[in-house]
Design a protein around this ligand. Structure first.
Ligand SMILES: Nc1ncnc2c1ncn2[C@@H]1O[C@H](COP(=O)(O)OP(=O)(O)OP(=O)(O)O)[C@@H](O)[C@H]1O
Length: 576
């Protein structure tokens, strides 16, 4: 099924630590899976032993799993553990964390962490608080997972032996994006297990979370691997110039050149969302092209440089546009790979309303507390704006004193009061999805931005579909007690489980996501769009031009057949 070059065959036959480097689509993941198969088939593993494949994001894992399903038979697949760093390290901490902390360790899920850390805008203060939470409260922030596991392995030889005996070979995906803590953890793992590292220095797009250009050199210096370089071999978009364009981007040679299957659209700037008309038309055409081919499954990614632009585009695709000349741009069904902090905190707020509303016990103060959590935490790792912090402080002040200044802020209190009253007088039926929607819609009438934002974020929650764990646990609560007491905890548990679940999601149809989320994935067609406002540009800061080149290269090389790049006609992207 796969043509294996001589260089790749050598990967299969070489033992010890390996470093596999190569450009996008050169076949690093594929050869790593074939290597795992080779190891498993050779019979060197004992009964309980497995090959471990570690990657960063759940979404990448799902593509690797899909790929592994094709490359490996079921019995081989069962001896391969594909996992995220988070999930793997949390499992170690849960069972052995007592060696580091006398407190009972509890997880601090990202949606709660962002609200708790909202007051710290400097990284160093945030880190101090994360350490304090661990030491004094036993609360483990995700950022501590790798660091604490590195400490554990350094401290406990028996744990280190246990892990290496379970996983004698460990494959590390996307190694170029490894941060210092993950590197410390890997260094410990590599003392007793063989490491197979997959890397492309030019796909390094996570510098902001500690990826370091020196990391590959550090691996070589520490582990003396046999190195294989697949260069620019292109298995993903063979017959196109997509990879060539991606590589030329790094040096600027791409400017004013033409590339097969890479198209540039210089769009006119229009008011508001009218600017997205050309983008939407291009997506519709791409869908038609792929549907014509009569393939069972096809995929398109619409990649955006920022989260807010992603939401605006998703909103535009969701709606139907009707023009005065009778033309129509229909709604486009699509998936959005949304940042989860905002929707998660919004979900807890709604769950609490449902929970208390079902027993007519909704209280203003609880809603205000949940609203503050949402205001402070909805931007995830990014701190809330100063004005958001001020609103949250004045709401906290109201909870304490019963007083608030300013008509806009008073309006928030009045609207929360109205929501509480409506929630307490709603008739709940036990049909989870419709009860949920009824409560969510109560937020619709609010004019205060912070309440409207909860409603908007809650719209993106995908946890309640029929048959989901959350849906069944809420139905079960209703069946037993005729109310929803415990709904908020059920939502929190579901969110945490969701975070660790290795998703089996397939990226078919139209998918809208940020460029960073596209890493490690591939799609038939990719449409990359930059807006005209400063925060929506590929080059968002002149000092970050090199990073923008890497980002754009990663984005464009996700395409198997065709890539289209949109930039404004005026003040176009300086990289094109
Ligand atoms: N030897 C091969 N023969 C045919 N197809 C291949 C071969 N190797 C990989 N492919 C296909 O090429 C595509 C890219 O391969 P793969 O994901 O392994 O590359 P990669 O180097 O890990 O890419 P990236 O770094 O961009 O994530 C996949 O669709 C895969 O099935």
């Amino acid at each position: 099924m796969f043509n294996i070059s001589d260089e790749k065959r050598k990967v299969l036959d070489t033992t010890g630590n390996l470093l596999v480097i190569g450009g996008p689509g050169s076949g690093k993941t594929t050869i790593a899976l074939l290597k795992a198969r080779h190891i498993i088939e050779s019979g060197v593993l004992q009964n309980e032993q497995r090959v471990l494949f570690l990657s960063f994001a759940r979404s990448t894992i799902s593509r690797v799993e899909q790929h592994a399903n094709i490359v490996l038979s079921k019995s081989i697949f069962n001896r391969l553990e594909i996992n995220t760093y988070h999930s793997f390290t949390w499992a170690i901490l849960k069972s052995h964390g007592y060696l580091l902390c006398s407190k009972q360790l509890r997880l601090l899920p990202p949606h709660e962490a962002s609200a708790r850390l909202a007051d710290y805008d400097k990284d160093v203060d945030k880190k101090l608080e994360i350490n304090r939470l661990f030491k004094e409260e036993g609360l483990v922030h995700f950022d501590l997972f790798a660091r604490m596991c590195a400490k554990l392995l350094a401290k406990s030889n028996s744990l280190s032996i246990l892990i290496s005996e379970t996983y004698p070979t460990i494959i590390l995906d996307e190694f170029q994006d490894t941060n210092a803590d993950e590197w410390a953890f890997i260094t410990q793992l590599g003392k007793k297990s063989n490491l197979i590292v997959l890397a492309d220095a030019e796909q390094r797009i996570y510098d902001f979370r500690g990826a370091d250009p020196a990391r590959i050199g550090q691996f070589i210096a520490t582990f003396h691997p046999t190195t294989f370089d697949f260069g620019n071999e292109n298995n993903r978009s063979n017959g196109t110039d997509i990879v060539q364009f991606g590589n030329d981007l790094l040096t600027g040679e791409n400017r004013h050149k033409k590339y097969k299957n890479v198209q540039f659209v210089y769009y006119p700037i229009r008011k508001g969302s009218a600017q997205l008309i050309l983008l939407k038309s291009a997506i519709i055409k791409a869908c038609e092209r792929l549907k014509c081919e009569d393939k069972q499954e096809w995929s398109i990614a619409v990649l955006l440089p920022s989260n807010s632009l992603m939401l605006a585009v998703s909103d535009f695709l969701e709606r139907t546009q009707r023009f005065t000349n009778g033309a129509i741009l229909p709604h486009i069904r699509h998936e959005v790979a949304i940042e989860t902090a905002g929707p998660s905190i919004a979900a807890v707020l709604i769950a609490r309303l449902i929970e208390h509303g079902s027993t007519k016990q909704c209280k203003l103060n609880q809603l205000l507390i949940d609203l503050c959590e949402h205001i402070r935490g909805r931007r995830g790792d990014k701190p809330p704006s100063k004005s958001d912090l001020a609103i949250s402080e004045s709401l906290v002040g109201y909870i304490k004193t019963g007083k608030i200044r300013g008509t806009k802020r008073q309006a928030i209190i009045d609207e929360c009061n109205a929501i509480i009253n409506n929630c307490n007088s709603l008739e709940y039926t036990g049909e989870v999805a419709s009860d949920w929607i009824k409560v969510r819609e109560l937020l619709l009438d609010a004019s205060s931005d912070c309440i409207k934002q909860v409603k908007l974020d809650a719209n993106y929650l995908r946890l309640l579909h029929r048959g989901s764990i959350l849906n069944s646990s809420l139905s079960e609560i209703w069946r037993r007690y005729d109310n929803y007491i415990g709904a908020a905890d059920a939502v929190k548990n579901a969110l945490t489980q969701e975070h660790f679940a290795t998703s089996t999601k397939t990226w078919t149809g139209v998918n809208v996501m940020t460029i960073h989320k596209a890493k490690g994935k591939e799609f038939d067609e990719v449409i990359i769009y930059e807006g005209s406002f400063p925060g929506q540009r590929f080059v968002y800061n002149e000092g970050k031009t090199e990073q923008a080149r890497l980002n754009l290269r990663v984005a464009v090389t996700r395409a198997k057949r065709n890539a289209i790049i949109f930039t404004p006609q005026v003040n176009s992207c300086s990289l094109l």
